[in-house]
Design a binder for this molecule. Structure first.
Ligand SMILES: [Zn+2]
Length: 457
């Protein structure tokens, strides 16, 4: 017999009887159900261990030494970031779990399987920013967790009559909405301000909508009338109950409300607003929730974008990802524009005792501004590539690396300049680790070969 019986608050006699009738053994919590821990208590460390282990196991199967950083970025985004999705759509991950998962993702992205720690990296916050605001677009787990959990809030307030909604409502005394101090609500506390900012209600019977906290046509009243709200007897009162009791304010507010002039003023303003409002609860229909982000319902991806992008300003670095370039070149350009390539000056800043001399022109100190700007070798390579591809007939003077995106170039010119930077850097790295050198003609030829694969006409 594969089935087992679990009882909640059942009488021992009834339990025995049921077990005998159904011929199933009785079991107790905690258990794992559909791969997730099911328990009455707060999850402990061991409940999260399988999640972390699955991350590490997944890494072991990948031959990261063969992948470029761009390849590892794809895997971090597509596999590593999605592994805990199932878990995160049900539980709020504790900070320590996110830290652990992030340290695995970070090490994999920068180092691959190498045990040697990379000297030059970019802040994880930046890496996890969306590309539109200049980041690398790696999913940020805490916001993503919130976005997944927000779906439950959406379900809660939607008039779907789903089994989950009926079950949770039946668990609380208030059967209209979650009490603010319920365990489920505590997990939602951090999400609620953002959730209310992107949702609004149209009033039906006014039973689900919270008078003070929800946007139901008059803004967020707890914020508009903070003094009056502080006198409120029930901060979670529904719109229907509030309006019903409005004729006797002492049923809504503490008695000291009568002696506060500012509370009285706010009450008069609020009453006037309610009087002018066309929002009148009816008993005919249910309250409806709407989302400002998408037309019909709140999605985790739209909510995640809202959490990560709003109210940041779009960055011009977003152009990198629109260029017609192989991913490894885009990632290279992103690192270069953040001044995070291991050039000698950057390594010196991290304490490496090395002499700074550009191995390409043998004339100046090496830095990103020099190697991809004023270096004579780079300029030769770039001019040869630009002229031979027929992209342009101009002769490139000193270039500042940031001009590749910020400057007045066409996308084709930007793409070719990136090729030139990338192959110049490859030549520089090859000279650093071996005696083999190629001249600017050979490097320009390599650029042309790859360029023509991407631009056959
Ligand atoms: Zn140089």
């Amino acid at each position: 017999m594969k089935s087992e019986l679990f009882f909640l608050n059942a009488d021992p006699l009834l339990r025995d009887e049921c077990s005998q009738i159904l011929q199933c053994p009785e079991q107790t919590f905690p258990i794992r159900y559909l791969g997730l821990p099911l328990t009455f208590k707060k999850l402990n460390k061991s409940d999260f261990t399988p999640l972390i282990t699955s991350f590490e196991e997944k890494l072991d199967t990948w031959s990261s030494s063969l992948l470029s950083m761009a390849g590892r970025l794809v895997l971090v985004n597509s596999c590593l970031s999605t592994l805990p999705v199932y878990f995160m759509s049900v539980f709020k991950l504790p900070r320590w779990v996110i830290k652990e998962l992030d340290s695995i993702r970070r090490a994999y992205l920068w180092q691959g399987h190498s045990k040697k720690k990379k000297l030059i990296t970019i802040a994880w916050d930046k890496v996890c920013s969306p590309k539109i605001v200049g980041g690398l677009g790696v999913l940020e787990l805490e916001s993503f967790n919130s976005a997944l959990l927000a779906k439950w809030l959406w379900k809660w307030f939607s008039a779907t009559h789903s089994p989950w909604q009926s079950l949770v409502r039946s668990l609380f005394e208030h059967n209209t909405f979650l009490p603010q101090n319920s365990p489920l609500m505590l997990a939602f506390q951090q999400i609620l301000p953002a959730f209310h900012a992107v949702t609004f209600f149209s009033i039906g019977n006014g039973a689900i909508v919270l008078f003070w906290h929800h946007n139901w046509g008059l803004g967020l009243l707890a914020l508009t009338f903070p003094i009056l709200y502080s006198f409120s007897l029930d901060h979670d009162i529904s719109v229907a109950n509030f309006l019903q009791a409005l004729t006797s304010p002492l049923n809504l507010f503490r008695p000291s409300f009568m002696s506060s002039l500012s509370a009285q003023t706010q009450f008069n303003t609020l009453s006037q607003q309610l009087y002018n409002s066309t929002v009148i609860p009816t008993t005919l229909s249910q309250d409806q929730i709407h989302c400002k982000l998408t037309s019909n319902c709140l999605t985790s991806s739209s909510f995640y974008k809202f959490l990560k992008v709003f109210p940041k300003i779009p960055s011009e670095l977003n152009h990198i990802w629109k260029l017609l370039l192989p991913p490894r070149l885009k990632t290279f350009l992103w690192l270069m524009l953040h001044n995070k390539l291991p050039t000698i000056d950057n390594l010196q800043k991290r304490g490496l005792p090395i002499v700074n001399r550009c191995c390409l022109c043998k004339n100046c100190s090496e830095s990103i501004a020099h190697t991809f700007g004023s270096c004579s070798f780079f300029k030769d390579v770039t001019n040869l590539a630009l002229n031979r591809t027929g992209t342009t007939r101009w002769h490139l003077q000193d270039l500042h690396p940031s001009a590749i995106i910020a400057g007045n170039f066409t996308n084709k010119q930007r793409e070719l300049l990136t090729f030139s930077c990338y192959f110049t850097w490859r030549e520089r790295c090859s000279r650093t680790v071996s005696d083999h050198t190629s001249d600017s003609n050979t490097v320009a030829f390599l650029i042309l070969e790859e360029w023509r694969l991407l631009n056959p006409d």
